[in-house]
Write a protein that binds this ligand. Structure first.
Ligand SMILES: NCc1[nH]cc(CCC(=O)O)c1CC(=O)O
Length: 313
């Protein structure tokens, strides 16, 4: 019997990109909202919105205009009231959001690590000198060059499945992808190895699903607050403050990872020269109430002490 929606249940519209990963994330938020508020899932709609970023496939995103490209049209829909909340990969969110919008919550974070996908073999050591590794991430490229300067790292864009196919088809010998994305798509078995955060400190926000909404929308924000993961919010406050202080764009290879340990937050930050030959790193803790300040101060210090080449100077 089809469920009827009680007339007292206001509808909520979730906006998302249409990629399989984005849709999985939007459905996860819808399911969490429905369960937390005892409302029928039918009362929460999912609106697929095509973004400028989806249309660009041939260039590195950092050259095409950066992170905002994947959110522009979704944020316009939020501001116009066509949707009530938007679901994004936290990693893909610019540090500065349009006036009136904010990140109002995060789902509990998944595994933050990068996975290595090899055509043959089971670890980085199985890649021969000169092996072709495809990635669109400046961070992954620099981290890889730092420990394996002998590899041939080249641009590889597209969604997760496209990148896996390029390795299977032999265009590349390997690629690097977030384990969280593979897992959400049921593709975790494609990982040949999981890379440790010491050599591959993840991107800020990696593994976290972010919910964006209007600042003044009290009803929606209360609904979101009920499903928001506190520790992920603390970690992301530290990481995103670090990223803001270092570089709002995505032209600099940057890694950042915060973890909550009791009443303290630990933040590790990394900035690299694109070819991996220089790097500046930090690893500090602060009370959780100072998460954003920890990130901002670490970012400022890394910026001041980093070798000029890591800052693209
Ligand atoms: N830039 C694309 C993107 N954005 C988020 C994820 C993975 C999921 C996540 O980190 O939450 C991916 C794919 C990847 O980097 O492998």
């Amino acid at each position: 019997m089809p469920e009827t929606i009680p007339s007292s249940t206001p509808r909520l519209a979730i906006g998302t990109r249409g990629s399989p990963l984005a849709l999985w994330q939007a459905h996860a938020v819808r399911d969490a909202l429905a369960a937390a508020h005892g409302r029928p899932v039918e009362s929460i709609t999912i609106e697929i919105i095509k973004t400028s970023g989806d249309a660009i496939q041939d260039r590195s995103l950092s050259l095409a205009g950066g992170k905002g490209l994947f959110t522009k049209e979704i944020e316009e829909a939020l501001l116009s009231g066509r949707i009530d909340l938007a679901v994004h990969s936290a990693k893909d969110m610019a540090t500065a959001l349009p006036d009136g919008l904010f990140l109002s919550g995060y789902l509990p974070r998944a595994d933050v690590r990068d996975a290595l996908i090899l055509r043959e073999g089971s670890g980085l050591d199985d890649l021969a000198p000169g092996a072709r590794v495809g990635t669109a991430s400046l961070r992954r490229e620099a981290q890889l060059r730092r420990i394996r300067p002998d590899l041939d790292v080249q641009l590889l864009r597209g969604n997760v499945q496209t990148r896996l196919d390029k390795v299977k088809g032999g265009t590349f010998d390997a690629t690097l992808l977030a384990l969280a994305g593979l897992t959400r798509l049921g593709l975790a078995h494609e990982a040949s190895a999981i890379l440790d955060t010491t050599h591959f400190l993840p991107a800020v926000g990696q593994g976290a699903v972010a919910i964006e909404s209007r600042e003044g929308d009290a009803a929606t924000n209360a609904a979101i607050a009920a499903i928001a993961c506190r520790n992920t919010g603390i970690a992301l406050a530290a990481e995103r403050a670090l990223l803001t202080a270092l570089d709002g764009s995505c032209r600099t290879p940057i890694g950042g990872l915060a973890t909550v340990e009791g009443d303290r937050v630990r933040l590790r930050g990394l900035i690299l020269a694109p070819d991996g030959t220089d790097a500046a790193e930090a690893d500090e803790t602060a009370p959780i109430s100072d998460a954003a300040r920890l990130g901002a101060e670490m970012g400022a210090r890394l910026r001041d002490t980093a070798p000029a080449r890591t800052l693209g100077l």
